[in-house]
Design a protein around this ligand. Structure first.
Ligand code: GLA
Length: 727
């Protein structure tokens, strides 16, 4: 073991630039001695020597030890009802009706590699570097066991953990809450950063100081949601983009989530995250196991850029799967904002021809190709092709498009059903509903009950049939409503509250079947934009439609926020028509192109409406993007200017070999007087020179980093995209 060391009851988990030191206390609790900058296992004694004061009115774990108060120990796992009054990571209804739990250490195993999860997405490793520590805990009174499974991913500076609960009792228990992770930091001042929003305004950055009490980042919509992304960052006071200490937490889970940050009376800061406990209740029969989803944490002393770099490496190397993981993804044209539901095969073919002529690589047919789907009120759930629109079916269209030299992609919304559909008329019981209660509608649709095997088979069968019979190389998997009136006829009354999580398990099993069967198909997730853009989904879908808001300026905020936790190669970003459909703003085509190039680039407009000059610009944009996409997707990102903090935005991308630099700069509001912004680069090679590929000018790397360039802010919504090459 190179990255996990054990000395008796002390464990050191090390990554390239971070360390976590934990120790089993003499009473068997798992104490966190340190998480952050590298330390050695020998530092444990110094770090453990901090419990010195008796604690007045507080509850002692044992009379014999006046300094051992659970409320004041930084723990990696706590229980309920034993004097730790901070938020508990676990709440069980035990056989005697109580909820008190005291899980104590019962042994460990260390192993090379990861420990695959059952039924849930989990980080994997191909580098041969990952190591796993399983801490086994047992409840002091009842026959319950808990495993905390830590895996260290050294190069990504990430540590994952998950919790597994075994009911060894002879009777069932009830799990009211089982968090994926808990960590306590000793007295420190923090700010909590979250990514919040709504439909068409996802991942806006908010920070607030962690004061005594609890701050919660959660979703209750049934999905990870566009309201509050599960990614949460804790910043030490004064931390910025390039300096300072930052801790990041995320969940590999796509259902309702919950993260609480609590500052205790003695200023310890606890953070727990996991499945949203509200509306959740899991009956765990004797002999059965409950597995909480995986959480990931990372730390950087290089500010938020350092932290998001860790997240990006982790997602790219240990979450994204399959043949598209590290491949440059195709430039696409999606017909949605061009025609919405109003298309014919002739219109699509003409659009595809224009797309091919400017260099697009993938043509995507969005919503409206099946059943009675001429608006969003009907057709979802049906897979019969609308022959009025597409006389040759999907197969005929896909063949024609493929013959043009384009890839072909297709939109699906498999989890939903319109009441106006063949599927609903035949199988109303397949929709999630509560008998006797009027269902609330979201976008005129209900969700299917993915806990039913026959529903899962129906979805897999129809998609498989299409993928088997048509040359489809890309699937856009959409989902457009939140969960309400959640009820399933297949579950007894005392198990209905398991349904939200069982829905996710059903979805994951469908996705596992499909992505395994079709490793060459590129899947892009979507939930009305970024309504389920989380690390759990990215395990199946290497890219995600970041937002239905395609306005370039709005996208600055959304993409900037998303980039704190997700790499550019996962973020779908398209150029659309002006005035923009969502905000009616008009921005230059150049600006729309530059900002969309910061993600998975594509167009979503009627190219036939462009002037010759604009068509030529589109051709140039695609050519330029193909030259820089590897750097943007797989290089390091430095956010140099934030739209949340000023009037302009600057994102710098440095290729892994430091040979190519891309700078995307946007002025949101111009100022006549100041009119210039100094941009200092980050992460360049020192003692090396870089050439501006457009102007030929040569700069020292140190000059660009220490002095930088002055960029003009003379026009609203104007952008620059500059590329530099190592001389
Ligand atoms: C959702 C998606 C859009 C588009 C429409 C089609 O809103 O986010 O990109 O696919 O559905 O109905």
């Amino acid at each position: 073991m190179r990255h996990i060391t054990q000395q008796e009851n002390t464990f050191l988990l090390s990554t390239a630039h971070t360390a976590m030191l934990l120790q089993i206390t003499k009473y068997g609790h798992v104490e966190l001695l340190h998480y952050g900058m590298p330390v050695s296992i020998e530092d444990a004694a110094a770090l453990a020597a901090r419990r010195t004061m008796p604690y007045g009115s507080q509850v002692m774990y044992t009379e014999e030890d006046p300094t051992y108060c659970l409320d004041n120990i930084p723990l990696l796992w706590s229980g309920a009802g034993k004097g730790d009054f901070r938020i508990s990571p676990i709440e069980l209804e035990l056989p005697d009706g109580t909820i008190t739990t005291d899980f104590i250490y019962d042994g460990c195993t260390l192993r090379a590699g990861t420990l695959p999860a059952v039924g849930l997405p989990a980080a994997y490793d191909e580098s041969g570097e990952a190591e796993t520590l399983v801490l086994s805990l047992r409840e002091k009174k009842f026959a319950l066991r808990l495993e905390i499974i830590f895996t260290v991913f050294p190069a990504a500076d990430a540590i994952t953990r998950r919790t597994v609960l075994y009911n060894d009792e002879t009777v069932p228990i009830t799990v009211r809450s089982l968090m994926s992770q808990q960590i306590d930091f000793p007295q420190r001042e923090y700010e909590m950063l979250t990514l919040d929003g709504d439909w068409i305004s996802e991942t806006h950055v908010h920070t607030r100081s962690v004061q005594p009490g609890r701050l919660v980042n959660e979703s209750t919509t049934g999905f990870s949601s566009n309201r509050h992304n599960p990614g949460v960052i804790l910043l030490e006071q004064g931390t910025g983009e390039n300096t300072g200490l930052a801790y990041g937490f995320n969940l590999l889970y796509s259902g309702s989530h919950y993260t609480a940050v609590e500052r205790s009376p003695r200023d310890f800061v606890r953070i727990v995250s996991g499945i949203q406990p509200q509306g959740f209740c899991w009956r765990l029969p004797a002999g059965e196991i409950f597995r909480a989803p995986e959480a990931v944490m990372t730390f950087s002393n290089e500010g938020m850029n350092g932290l998001s770099g860790n997240f990006h490496r982790f997602v790219r190397q240990h979450i994204l799967h399959g043949n598209w993981k590290e491949k440059p993804r195709p430039v696409l044209l999606n017909n949605w904002e061009a025609y919405f539901f109003d298309f014919t095969e002739a219109k699509l073919l003409s659009l595809a021809k224009q797309a091919k002529a400017v260099g697009v690589e993938l043509f995507v047919l969005d919503d409206g190709w099946f059943g009675e789907r001429n608006s969003d009120t009907a057709g979802l759930g049906d897979y019969t092709v609308n022959r009025k629109k597409l006389p040759g079916g999907i197969e005929g269209l896909a063949q024609k498009i493929t013959t043009m030299g384009l890839r072909f992609g297709l939109w699906f919304e498999p989890e939903s059903v319109n009441l106006e559909s063949e599927l609903y008329r035949t199988h109303p019981e397949w929709a999630l509903q509560q008998p006797g209660r009027q269902p609330s509608m979201g976008r005129h649709q209900l969700l299917l009950d993915l806990t039913r095997p026959e529903v899962r088979d129906y979805i897999v069968h129809h998609i498989t049939h299409l993928l088997d019979h048509c040359p489809i190389t890309y699937v856009k998997w959409d989902m457009n409503r939140n969960i309400t009136e959640i009820g399933s006829a297949t579950l007894p009354a005392n198990r209905q509250q398991e349904l939200p999580h069982r829905y996710m398990l059903g979805l994951y099993s469908i996705l596992e079947r499909l992505v395994t069967a079709f490793p060459d198909v590129l899947f892009e997730g979507c939930a009305g934009g970024g309504g389920r853009f989380d690390a759990g989904m990215l395990y199946y879908f290497p890219q995600y439609w970041t937002s239905d808001d395609t306005d370039a300026i709005e996208r600055l905020y959304i993409q900037h926020g998303t980039s704190l936790v997700m790499p550019a190669c996962t973020m779908g970003a398209h150029v659309s028509a002006v005035p923009n459909h969502q905000v009616h703003r008009t921005t230059p085509l150049q600006t729309r192109g530059h900002i969309a190039m910061a993600g998975q680039f594509g167009y979503e407009m009627d190219l036939g409406k462009l002037s010759e000059e604009e068509t030529e610009l589109v051709r140039q944009q695609i050519r330029q993007y193909k030259e820089i996409r590897s750097t943007i997707h797989f290089g390091d990102l430095y956010r140099l200017r934030s739209p949340f903090e000023g009037e302009n935005t600057a994102w710098e991308y440095v290729s892994a070999d430091l040979k190519q630099i891309v700078l995307i700069y946007c002025t949101i509001h111009a100022h006549v007087i100041t009119g210039m912004t100094q941009i200092r680069f980050e992460g360049l090679k020192e003692n090396a020179q870089y050439r501006n590929t457009e102007t030929g000018e040569i700069y020292d790397g140190d000059f660009l980093m220490n002095v930088g360039l002055y960029l003009s802010d003379s026009k609203d919504y104007a952008t620059k995209l500059m590329t530099f090459e190592l001389c």
